[in-house]
Design a protein around this ligand. Structure first.
Ligand SMILES: C[S@@+](CC[C@H](N)C(=O)[O-])C[C@H]1O[C@@H](n2cnc3c(N)ncnc32)[C@H](O)[C@@H]1O
Length: 208
């Protein structure tokens, strides 16, 4: 048994619904490995459990897997806004969110997050950045003023399969995007930050 299996056997289960969603994504969608999955999903739920954020913003919905994980621990009256630019996923995502207990909790926005964020009302207590790696720095700049002081930003895939240790190929804009983001975060004095080596790297940022 490898370590990942051991971990999954000793943490909370993902539950039947998320298990089915994961399988459905593998059967019907391109790049199903993009969804957070069991371990990171439980971690996201735990963040929400610990932080009790009233307003969450997710940038990059894909199947809604992570959205549903965060919704599990959302405090009473809390809401999650999630943005996805691929409108071909809209029906799939809406189907996942169409549950009585989720009514009024999740709002899906279809469009480019760089354009959608300025149109959203209010500020957020927790932001999960999990979209196009080439845009991470821009997305961070776009959303930063919309995060409450004391709020948390999470950025996924910040170790990018270890490619952060290599000089990127000139055409590899995704690795370049992650490297640029990691450098920007390191230099930003308005925040405290740590990179968790969880799955593909999860940066946790605290806004002072
Ligand atoms: C890694 S997946 C998200 C996975 C999801 N957060 C989860 O953990 O289950 C990234 C998603 O972001 C979407 N995306 C990428 N860039 C975007 C942008 N600028 N605005 C909105 N969505 C974007 C992609 O279409 C893709 O569905």
């Amino acid at each position: 048994m490898n370590l990942e299996k051991y971990i999954l056997n000793h943490i909370d289960e993902e539950g039947e619904r998320l298990y089915r969603l994961n399988r459905e994504a593998h059967i019907n969608l391109l790049r199903p490995r993009m969804l957070s999955g069991h371990l990171q999903g439980r971690m996201l739920k735990m963040f929400v459990r610990m932080l009790q954020p009233k307003r969450i913003l997710e940038i990059g919905t894909y199947t809604g897997y992570a959205t549903l994980c965060m919704a599990e621990a959302l405090p009473k009256g809390g809401e999650i806004h999630t943005i996805e630019w691929n409108d071909e996923l809209e029906d799939f995502i809406r189907k996942q969110f169409d549950e009585p207990e989720l009514k009024g909790k999740i709002q899906l926005h279809i469009g480019d997050a760089l354009e959608v964020i300025p149109r959203l009302d209010g500020c957020f207590d927790l932001v999960f950045i999990d979209a196009d790696k080439r845009l991470y720095s821009q997305l961070y700049d776009r959303v930063f003023d919309r995060v409450n002081s004391g709020g948390i930003l999470l950025a996924d895939n910040t170790l990018w399969s270890g490619k952060v240790l290599e000089t990127p190929h000139p055409g590899d804009k995704q690795t370049a995007g992650i490297l640029d983001f990691n450098k920007k975060i390191k230099q930003d004095t308005r925040i405290e930050k740590v990179i968790l080596p969880l799955r593909d790297g999860l940066t946790v940022i605290y806004k002072k």
